[in-house]
Design a protein around this ligand. Structure first.
Ligand code: AKG
Length: 285
C-alpha cells in the first residue's frame, strides 16, 4: 500500500448486556482489525450498553477517569492505532443527565480529541418512536477536528449527520475523512443512513465512515446497523448489513485528489454570495 493510502476499519459491534463484556469484546475486535493492517479504527455509538435511557444512567462514567476511557487509551497504545472510541454516556455531575461523548486516542494512548454529540434527537416519528434525547442528554457545543498521521478527520455522532453545515466546515478546515458514529432507528436508518453519508461525501469530496452497533431486536431501541464507508465521489466502497462485522476500506488520497481535480467544487463556490461560519470561534473558515 502506498503512503498516500491507509486502511480504515469500522467495527459494527453487537453490544452485549454488560459493560465488562463489551470491554472484553472491544479488545478482541481491535486486535483483529489492527492484525489486518488497520491504522485507524472506529467503534460505534453507545458500545458500552444497549441503547436504553435507563441503562445509560447506570453505565455513565466520568471522563477522563472512568474505566472505559482507560480501556480505550490502553487498547490504542497496545495496538499502536488511532482509535475513535465510539461513544458512551459521560457523567455531567447531574444525576440524570449525561453527555454522549466520543474520545479519540493516538497510538501512544493519548487523548487527541473529544466530541460531545451536538444535535439532540427530539423527534416524533410515530407511536413507538417519540424520542426526547434532551431530557437526559446535554449537548456539546463545538465541532471536533482531529489531526492524525494520515489526515485531518471531522467527527460527528448520529443525528449530527443530518446537519450539512458541520460537514462543510470540516471540509473547509481541511478534513479528508469524516467519521459519524450512529445508531439510527429502523425507521430513518434504511432511508437516511447511507444516503446522508453519500451526500456528505459527495458535497464535500471527502471519505465518510458511518459506524453503528449491530442490530439487536431484543433492545428497547433497535439500532439499524448497516455501517459503511463512502468515497469522495459519493459511492459506497465498503459496507455490512445488520450483524456484527469489521468493515475495511482503503482511504486513498491520490483518488481523493483526482476527484477534486475532475470536479473542482471548491474553486467554483460562490464565496461572494454565501459562506458557512463556525460560531464557536466566530472565524469564517
Ligand atoms: O437518526 C436516527 O435514526 C437516530 C438518531 C439518534 O438516535 C441519535 O442521534 O442518537
Amino acid at each position: 500500500m502506498s503512503s498516500s493510502c491507509f486502511k480504515l476499519a469500522i467495527i459494527q459491534m453487537f453490544v452485549e448486556r454488560t459493560k465488562e463484556l463489551n470491554h472484553i469484546k472491544v479488545k478482541r475486535l481491535l486486535r483483529e482489525a489492527t492484525g489486518k493492517g488497520a491504522k485507524v479504527v472506529v467503534l460505534p455509538e453507545f458500545f458500552t450498553c444497549r441503547c436504553d435511557p435507563n441503562l445509560f444512567r447506570e453505565v455513565m462514567e466520568p471522563v477522563p477517569n472512568g474505566p472505559t476511557f482507560k480501556l480505550l487509551s490502553e487498547a490504542a497504545k497496545e495496538n499502536e492505532v488511532f482509535l475513535f472510541g465510539g461513544s458512551y454516556p459521560e457523567s455531567s455531575g447531574k444525576p440524570d443527565m449525561f453527555f454522549n461523548t466520543s474520545n479519540i486516542f493516538n497510538p501512544r494512548g493519548e487523548l487527541i480529541g473529544q466530541h460531545r454529540k451536538l444535535h439532540m434527537y427530539d423527534v416524533d416519528l410515530g407511536p413507538h418512536l417519540h424520542i426526547t434525547e434532551s431530557h437526559h442528554i446535554i449537548p456539546g457545543n463545538r465541532l471536533t477536528v482531529v489531526k492524525t498521521d494520515y489526515c485531518k478527520i471531522g467527527v460527528g455522532i448520529c443525528f449530527d449527520i443530518q446537519f450539512p453545515e458541520m460537514a462543510r466546515i470540516y471540509r473547509q478546515r481541511g478534513c479528508d475523512l469524516l467519521i459519524y458514529m450512529g445508531a439510527m432507528t429502523l425507521k430513518s436508518g434504511p432511508v437516511h443512513w447511507k444516503v446522508l453519508s453519500q451526500a456528505r461525501a459527495a458535497d464535500n469530496q471527502v471519505y465518510v465512515a458511518a459506524v453503528g452497533p449491530a442490530t439487536d431486536v431484543t433492545s428497547p431501541y433497535v439500532p439499524w446497523g448497516h455501517s459503511s464507508v463512502a468515497s469522495p465521489w459519493g459511492e459506497i466502497i465498503a459496507s455490512c448489513e445488520s450483524e456484527e462485522a469489521i468493515v475495511y476500506a482503503d482511504i486513498d488520497f491520490d483518488y481523493l485528489k483526482e476527484v477534486r481535480r475532475m470536479l473542482p467544487l471548491e474553486s467554483q463556490r460562490r464565496k461572494d454570495v454565501y459562506k458557512t461560519v463556525d460560531l464557536t470561534d466566530g472565524t469564517p473558515v
